[in-house]
Design a protein around this ligand. Structure first.
Ligand code: GLV
Length: 339
């Protein structure tokens, strides 16, 4: 990018916001651009989304907005798609790059919140917290303390297998060390020795990690290679006493295979924050098993994190429309094409 656009060009630029976003978004964008937005928390219909994309210079979207070839075909002057998420599997990035459209996301600012939720799920699952709450709350706690009551499992000295050792996987490892866990990781590329030493983490092939871990936590992006990677056959490699946690993308785990493994008690339990279809369908086989803990895609759901995501996502729209390099560019190949 070479120069800043003139004031009149900036004023003429339209940004479409597909949802209500936190305060920094309007504070950053409204003084500079023409804003159109969906005032609701629900997605607009596909036709309405496309008609806005057709006219927009900038788009701020969420992980539920499919920005595919059809949407890009219709865009007349789109220069940036900024997604209010770290994941960008809902965007046809290759196609956007070919058209010279910048794609940006919100990594880093949500790493701690997602790692915290992963740990909350691990603890809740292994210490039976939801089960215990329900017992007390439903007035079914009818025996005083006794030695074998509601026993769960320790985290300390157990092996945590982290599948996907990027930002969030490493933040989970950092927490796990504090809990005295042993850390194995699997990643498409082995990380450097320095990173392994920093996290006291040992590389394992995926199958070995699944066979030897007491907790397996998934932190992969959704790609053609990771879709359904955690199949029934993979789940069956896990110990019968092991737990599976997924806070990344639902499509990475074969949900009906997982439900079968849980029903047959082939693993001890699972905690899922993400699903193939969100909201989860009433007919999902996951709702037919007991040894499971389900949360509604809460990984980045803290006030502070969502605020920072708003700042980051809006700043990158501003940057690109003003001709400045964005902070969090997904498709660096786009740089070869002047905007
Ligand atoms: C949430 O799932 C995200 O990708 O930010």
């Amino acid at each position: 990018m070479e120069s800043e656009s003139s004031a009149s060009t900036v004023r003429d630029s339209t940004v479409y916001l597909t949802r209500k976003f936190p305060e920094p978004v309007s504070r950053i964008l409204e003084p500079l651009f023409e804003i159109t937005l969906n005032h609701s928390d629900s997605p607009v219909g596909r036709d309405e989304l496309l008609s806005h994309i057709e006219r927009a210079d900038g788009l701020l979207c969420t992980l539920n907005d499919q920005i595919d070839r059809e949407a890009l075909d219709i865009a007349q002057k789109l220069k940036i798609i900024s997604t209010y998420s770290v994941g960008y599997d809902h965007i046809d990035v290759e196609n956007a790059t070919a058209r010279g459209i910048y794609v940006t996301n919100t990594p880093d600012v949500l790493t701690d919140a997602t790692a915290d939720l992963t740990f909350a799920l691990m603890l809740a699952l292994s210490r039976r917290i939801v089960e215990g709450h329900n017992l007390v709350f439903n007035r079914e706690w009818d025996m005083p303390w006794f030695p074998s009551f509601m026993l769960g499992n320790d985290l300390s000295k157990k092996t945590l297998g982290i599948v996907g050792f990027g930002r969030i996987g490493r933040a989970v490892a950092k927490r796990a060390r504090g809990f005295g866990m042993k850390i194995r990781y699997h990643n498409s590329v082995k990380v450097s020795k320095a990173v392994e030493v920093e996290h006291d983490a040992t590389y394992s092939p995926l199958e070995t990690l699944l066979m030897e871990s007491d907790f397996v936590s998934i932190h992969l992006p959704l790609t053609d290679k990771t879709r359904k990677l955690i199949s029934y056959e993979m789940i069956r490699l896990m110990k019968q006493s092991a737990y599976l946690i997924n806070t990344s993308r639902g499509m990475i785990v074969d949900e009906s295979g997982l439900a079968d493994a849980l029903r047959r008690e082939e693993i001890a339990g699972a905690a899922l924050d993400v699903f193939i279809t969100e909201p989860l369908a009433e007919t999902s086989p996951l709702l037919e098993v007991n040894n499971i803990l389900l949360t509604p895609h809460l990984g980045s759901a803290t006030v502070g994190t969502r605020y920072r995501m708003g700042e980051m996502a809006a700043s990158d729209i501003r940057n690109v429309l003003l001709g400045i390099e964005p902070v969090s560019l997904v498709n660096s190949g786009v740089r070869r094409r002047p905007i």
